[in-house]
Design a binder for this molecule. Structure first.
Ligand code: NDP
Ligand code: MG
Length: 387
């Protein structure tokens, strides 16, 4: 039976890996819609390649370029945020949510409200508005498949097991490019150095988050919501080889781990298969004897304060993760632009969490409230950086 798929964020790193798999398994999939942000030419290319029914660009000004690039293809298109919602709402068996950042919330939530099966890469949806997303998924009968590699590995490791029987869930971190660097060296790092990820190939924002370890912090919040597990049972361990992605420790001391080479196509294929296993052309199997050793170490929260800040935000609950995510996005953008240093990211995020703690005590009740908090914290962060 053909599976109809929509890809939000089709031109990004996850989007391209998804397109590769859809192309490899053409007989199995039909592409309902693809959506992107600003790059009309890249979106038109992926839409043609996949024979999508509809292509949506978030940037309204890119409409004419997208229309021109799709001329003669028979692919319908639209531009502006509403067009992206339309793409997310088209009839589909599976919606891949791979927009980067808080921009992913509204289209991902549109798919949830329609009760779709959503393969979730956009972790920010759960960090900003996790309670609302999980509640609405239940309310509207939507299924969320974790696409983030650690959470996908955890889901596979849990299998039919009960969350109550789990005493610890551990996600691994590669440690990023500065795992062994002294603090002074890290303090002077440029965006290009921070983006040079040792094991994974990813988008710019998540690369920087991996260097600061904020990515692991976001992933703790993500795991808390996906698996309804309390912060006290969540742990992070640094594993530079990036082969073990998630570990579940059961009540009796047994541990079930999820392993794969660091290739996002593995968790993506797991989601696309919705229960079936898909082969991956040019995929590399795990070869433990060739790898030789798998090593593990505790993360250093002195050199990587973002992890400590994220743990505190998760433990405090309320709107703290929402605030943290918004401040982090502004700080990371400023770091990429060369306007602030590496440790200024953590400093800004921590200040935002402190400043807004009393103002926004409760977790956002819905996506609109999450986006309102997000917007306010972004404006505050932008002003704080300009001061
Ligand atoms: P990229 O930056 O590579 O891609 C982002 C995609 O989103 C692009 O297609 C971009 O289009 C599109 N986009 C941006 N804004 C909008 C918008 N408003 N509406 C529609 N589309 C938009 O990011 P990644 O692929 O690296 O990451 C995507 C998500 O997946 C993130 O949430 C990330 O945390 C998560 N993730 C990524 C992993 C990875 O290996 N890359 C691993 C695990 C999770 P354009 O380029 O035209 O702006
Ligand atoms: Mg991950």
């Amino acid at each position: 039976m053909t599976c109809t798929v929509t890809v939000l964020g089709a031109t990004g790193s996850i989007g391209r890996s998804t397109a590769d798999l859809l192309d490899q398994h053409r007989d199995r999939f039909r592409v309902a819609a693809v959506a992107g942000g600003k790059d009309a030419a890249a979106l038109a290319r992926v839409a043609r390649e996949l024979g999508a029914g509809f292509a949506a660009l978030s940037d309204p000004d890119g409409g004419p370029a997208l229309r021109d690039a799709l001329a003669g293809s028979g692919i319908a298109c639209g531009a502006g945020p509403e067009a992206v919602i339309e793409a997310a709402s088209r009839d589909a068996d599976l919606v891949v949510a791979a927009v980067s950042g808080a921009a992913g919330l509204t289209p991902t939530h549109a798919a949830i409200r329609l009760g779709r099966t959503v393969a979730l890469a956009n972790k920010e949806s759960l960090v900003c508005a996790g309670d609302a997303f999980m509640r609405d998924a239940k309310r509207y009968g939507a299924r969320i498949l974790p696409m983030d590699s650690e959470h996908n590995a955890l889901a596979q490791a849990i299998g039919e097991g009960r969350i109550d029987d789990i005493t610890r869930m551990t996600i691994t971190a590669s440690g990023g490019p500065f795992r062994t660097a002294p603090r002074e060296r890290i303090a002077a790092a440029s965006a290009a150095e921070a983006a040079a990820h040792p094991t994974w190939s990813m988008g710019m924002k998540i690369n920087i988050d991996s260097a600061t370890l904020m990515n692991k912090g976001l992933e703790l919040v993500e795991a808390h919501h996906l698996f309804s597990i309390d912060a006290a049972r969540l742990d992070v361990v640094v594993h530079p080889q990036s082969i073990v992605h998630g570990l579940v420790t059961w009540r009796d001391g047994a541990v079930t781990a999820g392993l794969a080479m660091p290739d996002m196509r593995v968790p993506i294929a797991h989601c696309l298969g919705i229960g079936d296993r898909l082969s991956i052309a040019r995929g590399r199997p795990v070869d433990l004897a060739a790898t030789g050793s798998l090593t593990f170490e505790r993360p250093d929260e002195e050199r990587f304060p973002c992890l400590r800040i994220a743990r505190a935000a998760l433990a405090a609950g309320g709107a703290q993760p929402t605030v943290m995510n918004a401040a982090n996005e502004i700080a990371v953008a400023a770091f990429i632009a060369g306007r602030i240093g590496f440790y200024d990211i953590a400093a800004l995020v921590e200040r935002a969490c402190e400043d807004f703690a009393a103002r926004f005590p409760a977790a956002p009740a819905d996506v609109a409230e999450a986006l309102a908090i997000d917007d306010e914290v972004r404006r505050w962060s932008t002003r704080a950086l300009a001061a």
